[in-house]
Design a protein. Structure first.
Length: 214
């Protein structure tokens, strides 16, 4: 069985996709499915599914397939979704406010429980189930809310100092939406989400298509 620390981000991404597909199958009342059928339904690779799952043990029965409920349960456990993971957002501007209301951040194991900001005009506003607090209160907010995951929705210039502040306050992992490279601290995983990079990747392919038609 593969060690959790050795699992690549790409493999984790695929496990999340498999789990999403399995949950759809559960909603549709499907109880058992073969890797090839799963692949055909959701435009996946059957060999990749088998290879990814084999890293974590035995899941299916040859010639019979996977028990959908059991596989969904085990993938959920592998991905750490058996426990709650409260989220705190730093920066309650347009992006931070949108993330606070995003269903993906308020479903299952995840829930936004707190938000902080430097702007006095935002502090004190009600945002869903919490009231926006000042950044200076970050250690207290983390302690009182039990937040495990910090989300950075701040300008690039403020990303590092706020990451450091989250680490000092005791969060266990950070998701960074700021368009900046951050020095990661030992023991506190950092994941960058740069939407502009994704747009530029799309633009690259659009530009290539135009070049090929010239």
């Amino acid at each position: 069985m593969q060690d959790r620390e050795e699992t690549s981000p790409l493999t984790l991404n695929r496990l999340s996709v498999y789990l999403r597909c399995l949950r759809t199958l559960q909603q549709d009342g499907v109880r058992r499915i073969a890797s090839q059928e799963l692949a055909d339904r959701y435009l996946l690779s059957a060999s990749q599914i088998r290879k990814d799952l084999a890293h974590f043990g035995e899941f299916g029965i040859r010639g019979v397939g996977y028990d959908v409920d059991e596989l969904a349960r085990r993938l959920s456990s592998l991905l750490g979704l058996d426990d709650d993971h409260p989220i705190l957002i730093v920066g309650m501007g347009n992006l931070g406010s949108a993330l606070a209301h995003y269903l993906g951040f308020n479903h299952g194991a995840f829930r936004v429980v707190a938000g902080v900001d430097r702007d006095p005009e935002k502090v004190g506003r009600q945002m869903g189930s919490f009231t926006i607090r000042p950044v200076a209160d970050l250690p207290t907010v983390v302690r009182e809310s039990g937040a495990e995951i910090g989300v950075l929705a701040v300008p690039a210039a403020a990303a590092q100092e706020n990451y450091d502040a989250l680490v000092a306050a005791g969060v266990k992992a950070v998701l960074n939406f700021a368009p900046a490279r951050i020095k990661e601290r030992p023991g506190v995983p950092l994941k960058d989400v740069d939407l502009r990079i994704q747009l530029e990747e799309v633009a690259f392919f659009l530009g290539r298509d135009e070049t090929e038609t010239d």
